[in-house]
Design a binder for this molecule. Structure first.
Ligand SMILES: NC(=O)c1ccc[n+]([C@@H]2O[C@H](COP(=O)([O-])OP(=O)(O)OC[C@H]3O[C@@H](n4cnc5c(N)ncnc54)[C@H](OP(=O)(O)O)[C@@H]3O)[C@@H](O)[C@H]2O)c1
Length: 302
């Protein structure tokens, strides 16, 4: 049976992907996570190289999706070595073991490999990351390419989707401040209006990955680098305004036009998705529709 391992299945992307993979009842799906295990999710710390090798030797996957990472820029800035262990070294371990089994590897990367000064970015544009997170993910891309020629990097921008906690995505993390700003007498909530983002819905990302996995299963694997992005440019101020509209509340928001982030971040990393578009892979749910779907399964709003 066609076996797909999803490494980091308990995260924002991993959960959406495992859910989309239910459509393939004819495939064997093996999800893994470090802390949030249970059910059929296998406990695997990808920093433990021998555990990774024995896992891959045991399940003999046809394809592996690496959705495990340290993806918080501030955390990467504080401890780049810890970020590297996950975002680079573990990719080498997984991809090297995959190569020995002839498995195709899809490793997820980020728009933060670019400096954001000259969008849109095509897959072969020169990366120039501005922060430790982007540097570790770029090294991870190179680690994949060095370990196997039967793999693909999939770069993604700012993501949102069904969350277990509002803080889980940089889109939904705006919600508590938006809601609080609508209370009588509350102070206005400052929102970044400097950087342009392309919020992308994780169930749409999962469809794109499913499409790529299906191509691999049909012996037409996409290799090298691919990119996938939503197509609605928005600042966080725009995102917050749209969220307030979907919530039907009168939020008081203030646009901040200068970047106040401690960690340097790119201004506009719009990813050109034409390689996957040309293959007919993926779909784009409008932001308001997607956010309304997120609310249906989200934590309670207080
Ligand atoms: N979120 C975004 O806005 C965004 C944007 C662009 C690109 N990306 C990229 O998309 C990918 C997925 O990100 P995400 O947002 O889904 O991340 P996430 O929600 O933080 O999930 C991270 C996953 O990695 C697992 N993990 C963490 N440390 C591990 C370890 N030592 N061993 C094994 N598994 C470990 C976590 O498992 P446990 O929590 O159960 O331990 C979880 O399943 C990453 O490559 C990220 O760089 C994300």
């Amino acid at each position: 049976m066609h076996t797909v391992a999803v490494i980091g299945a308990s995260g924002l992307v991993g959960r959406a992907l495992v859910s989309a993979l239910e459509a393939r009842a004819d495939w064997r799906i093996v999800p893994t996570a470090r802390r949030r295990t249970g059910g059929r999710t296998v406990a695997l710390d990808i920093r433990d190289a021998s555990a990774v090798v024995s896992f891959i030797d045991r399940i003999r996957p046809d394809a592996i999706v690496i959705a495990a990472a340290e993806r918080r820029p501030d955390v990467c800035e504080r401890d780049p070595a810890a970020a590297r262990a996950l975002n680079v070294d573990a990719v080498t371990t997984i991809a090297s073991a995959a190569r020995r089994h002839g498995a195709w590897v899809l490793s997820i990367s980020t728009d933060y490999v670019f400096d954001g000064s000259a969008p849109p970015y095509r897959i072969d544009d020169a990366p120039a990351p501005l922060n430790a997170y982007g540097r570790s993910k770029l090294e991870g891309e190179r680690a994949l390419a060095q370990a196997t020629d039967f793999g693909c990097v999939l770069r993604l921008p700012l993501l949102f989707g069904p969350v277990l906690d509002w803080s889980e995505s940089a889109v939904t993390s705006l919600v508590p401040a938006i809601v609080a700003s609508a209370a009588p007498g509350a102070a206005a909530a400052p929102m970044d209006a400097w950087a342009t983002r392309y919020p992308t819905y994780t169930p749409d990302v999962a469809q794109a990955i499913l499409g790529m996995l299906e191509r691999h299963a049909a012996r037409q694997a996409v290799c090298g680098v691919a990119q996938w992005s939503g197509d609605e440019p928005m600042t966080k101020f725009d995102i917050a305004s749209r969220i307030a509209r979907v919530l039907g509340i009168d939020a008081r928001l203030v646009a901040q036009t200068a970047s106040l982030d401690a960690t340097p971040r790119p201004r506009d990393c719009h990813l050109d998705s034409s390689r996957l578009d040309a293959l007919g892979i993926g779909r784009r749910t409008p932001f308001d529709v997607a956010f309304a779907q997120v609310l249906e399964t989200s934590p309670a709003l207080t």
